[in-house]
Design a protein around this ligand. Sequence first.
Ligand code: AMP
Ligand code: FE
Ligand code: FE
Ligand code: ZN
Length: 286
Amino acid sequence: MRIDLHAHTTASDGTDTPAGLVAAAAGAGLAALAITDHDTTAGWAEAAAALPPGMRLIRGAELSCTSPDGRGGRCDVHLLGYLFDPDADAVVSAYARQRAERRERLRRIAERMAADGFPVDADTLLGSLPPDSTAGRPHLAMALVRAGVASTVDEAFARFLNDRGRYYVPSSRTPVLEAIGMVRAAGGVTVLAHAFAHRRGPTVTGSVIAELASAGLDGLEVDHPDHDDETRAKLRGLAGELGLLTTGASDYHGTNKTVYLGQESTAPEMLDAIADRASGVEVLTG
Ligand code: AMP
Ligand code: FE
Ligand code: FE
Ligand code: ZN
């Protein structure tokens, strides 16, 4: 029975609604699924209401963070928080700040492209997003696909939207140590997402992960589509040394990515450990 602990919905940059995600997970035969939209818990209620009998739902989110990279600079990292209290003040305000900032940033990217003659309109793009949802470059990528400028979201990223691209605008992020403290104070469990996904850009060193572990990080996402076998072995070794939990997950984004639900899986005892450590909200069973 597969357990997929990282998936996105229309509450951020996925293409399935929260109810649609849960239905797709049931269709894929998953025993347990985590909903982990970027910087929002807006999809939790709809996903919970759609849970089919027997399936477990782990409510979570993926927080956009910044970290020292261990080489004298900084880089972006994504922190998965599971089963935290979504009403904790620090969580509510960090997520709200992050979402507001992401909308402004997407507006700037869209405006820069529009100024160069691309058929995108920032107001239309931002106006089409659901309330409390998180704006991301994939929304602009989809708009470019709809306008016929690119044929796929991947192509839009490769040509225009990637971190090294001409229209890239960085977004401000929560310091990862602060984020770990905040999620834990809200009763949640923290897992560093796709820590060594070099394809996406610069990543942290093992010594940074060791520091995060001493600051309370609970686990590492080892089995992720962006990690090759060697990377997985390295991360698994590091987790063993540091006493961290390990997870596996698809990072499903619907049709915005080619990965599928259940492509990677977490061991049942790891999910049990996450559930045991959490005190914010319960794992739901349909
Ligand atoms: P943002 O959150 O706006 O910085 O955009 C990052 C999101 O875009 C990630 O969560 C992925 O969903 C997606 N993404 C990043 N790089 C690529 C890429 N090269 N191709 C397709 N999607 C990507
Ligand atoms: Fe995403
Ligand atoms: Fe991520
Ligand atoms: Zn993700």
